[in-house]
Design a protein around this ligand. Structure first.
Ligand code: GN1
Ligand code: MG
Length: 384
C-alpha cells in the first residue's frame, strides 16, 4: 500500500552534520538535536531540523537547498518568496487582527539575508515548520480535496493585489504548453539516449492532442482570461492540512509563484487530487478520475475565488485538469528522453512511469469531461 502522507527519512551521520552546520547559520534559538530528510519534492532538497531551547521545548525548522539547475537565479526565487510571505503575513494580520494562525516565515541567516550559502555551495533557506499538520500525496476524502482547493483559491485572492512587477519570472515559460510540446518533439527526434523506441505509443498519444496545447495560451493572448499572480505548483502535497480537523492551514512551496493563469492552479489540483493512485503508479488500472473529488475541488476553489473568476476561466476549469495533466506527462516524458536530468528519480524508468500515469489520467478525464463540465456550470450558478 502506498502511504498517502509524504515520507520522512533518517539521514546518515555526515548529512546530520551538514544539516547541523547549515541550521546553525540561521537565527534559530536553542541547540541542534537532529535532522531528517523530507523526500516528497522532485526538485529541491528538503530537511527538517529539531532544536531544543533552554526550557526544554523542542522546535522544528525546514531547511531547503534550492536546485539551481532548475532555478537558474536562486536569489530571484528568494526575492519572490520574501515578497509573497511578507505580503501574506501582512494580510493575515490585517484581516484577522492577529498572527495566531500558522503562516510561512523565513528565518534570517548569518549576514542578514534570508538565505545562506552552504558548505558545498548552493543557496539554503530556513522556514518554520507548520506544526500539527500533514501533507498528503494522495487525497483520502472529499473534505481534504475541498480544503486544498479552497486554500489555493484563497492564496490567489491573498496575492491578487501584489503588483505584478514585484514578482520575477523565475522559470520562463513554465506553463507554456506549446513550447513544452515542441521540446518533446525535438528530443524525440534527436533521441540522445536511444529511448524513443520505447515510447512510440506515448508520443502518439501527445500528437493526437495537439489541438489542446494552445487553448489556455490563446485565452491569455486574446485577453479572454487575465494573467494573475499564481502559485503554479498546486499539487496536493503542497498544502499543509491539520492532522486532527483535516482543515487546510497554509500552502507551501512558493518557488514558482509567478504571473500565470488561475487555470494552471486549478488544473494541477485536478491532476493530483482526483486519482487515488500515486503519481508514479505502475498499475494503471488504479488511475481513475474520481468525480466526487473533482466536485469537492470545484466547490472549494469557487468558494474561495468565484467572485474573481471570469466566465472564460470558469468554463475551462474542467479542461484545465486535462491540460495540466497532459502537460505534466509531457514534461516527465521529455525528461525521460533527455536522460532524467530535471526531476529526481528513484528507480530506472521512473519518469516514464510518471508519464504513463499522467496519460492514463488524461484519458480518464476525457471520458468524463462532459459530466465534469456540467457540474462546473451547475455549481457556478449556485454560488452566484
Ligand atoms: C515539481 O518540486 P515539486 O515536486 O513540488 C515541479 C512541478 C511539477 C511536479 C510534478 C519547479 O514539483 O512543476 O508539477 O514536480 N516543480 C518544478 O510532481 O518544476
Ligand atoms: Mg515544488
Amino acid at each position: 500500500m502506498v502511504p498517502s502522507t509524504s515520507p520522512v527519512h533518517p539521514v546518515d551521520p555526515a548529512l546530520q552534520e551538514s544539516i547541523a552546520f547549515i541550521s546553525n547559520q540561521f537565527a534559530i534559538e536553542g541547540d541542534f538535536l537532529h535532522g531528517e530528510e523530507i523526500q516528497s519534492g522532485h526538485i529541491n532538497s528538503t530537511y527538517r531540523a529539531s532544536f531544543e531551547t533552554a526550557n526544554g521545548a523542542i522546535h522544528r525548522y525546514i531547511l531547503q537547498r534550492i536546485n539551481e539547475k532548475v532555478f537558474r537565479d536562486p536569489l530571484a526565487v528568494m526575492r519572490n518568496v520574501e515578497c509573497v510571505t511578507r505580503h501574506i503575513n501582512w494580510k493575515v494580520l490585517r484581516v484577522k487582527k492577529d498572527l495566531g494562525g500558522q503562516t510561512l516565515n523565513l528565518y534570517p541567516g548569518r549576514g542578514g539575508k534570508s538565505w545562506v550559502i552552504g558548505p558545498n555551495g548552493g543557496v539554503w533557506r530556513c522556514y518554520n515548520s507548520i506544526e500539527g499538520c500533514v501533507t498528503y500525496d494522495i487525497v483520502e476524502n472529499t473534505r481534504q480535496a475541498y480544503q486544498a482547493a479552497r486554500a489555493f483559491g484563497s492564496f490567489q485572492d491573498l496575492v491578487s493585489d501584489l503588483p505584478a512587477s514585484e514578482i520575477e519570472e523565475t522559470i520562463p515559460d513554465f506553463h507554456h504548453t506549446r513550447k513544452r510540446f515542441e521540446r518533446l518533439m525535438r528530443v524525440a527526434d534527436a533521441d540522445p539516449h536511444a529511448r524513443a523506441g520505447t515510447v512510440a505509443e506515448e508520443l502518439d498519444f501527445v500528437g493526437r492532442r495537439e489541438a489542446d496545447i494552445n487553448v489556455v495560451l490563446d485565452l491569455l493572448a486574446n485577453h479572454h482570461i487575465p494573467c494573475r499572480i499564481t502559485h503554479n505548483d498546486t499539487k496536493i502535497n503542497n498544502v499543509m492540512i491539520d492532522a486532527d480537523s483535516d482543515e487546510a492551514v497554509c500552502v507551501i512551496d512558493l518557488d514558482t509563484v509567478m504571473p500565470g493563469a488561475s487555470l494552471y492552479d486549478f488544473g494541477d489540483l485536478v491532476r493530483t487530487a482526483t486519482s487515488p493512485a500515486a503519481e508514479d503508479e505502475r498499475d494503471l488500472s488504479k488511475v481513475v478520475m474520481q468525480m466526487p473529488m473533482f466536485e469537492a475541488l470545484v466547490d472549494g476553489f469557487l468558494d474561495a475565488a468565484n467572485d474573481s473568476l471570469n466566465d472564460a476561466e470558469t468554463e475551462h476549469l474542467a479542461f484545465s485538469g486535462k491540460l495540466i495533466t497532459l502537460e505534466t506527462g509531457i514534461r516527465f516524458l521529455t525528461d525521460f528522453l533527455e536522460g532524467d536530468s530535471y526531476f529526481k528519480i528513484h528507480r530506472e524508468g521512473h519518469n516514464l512511469d510518471r508519464c504513463r500515469t499522467q496519460f492514463k489520467l488524461v484519458a480518464e478525464i476525457e471520458r468524463q469531461q462532459g459530466a465534469m463540465q456540467k457540474f462546473v456550470g451547475k455549481m457556478r450558478k449556485g454560488k452566484r
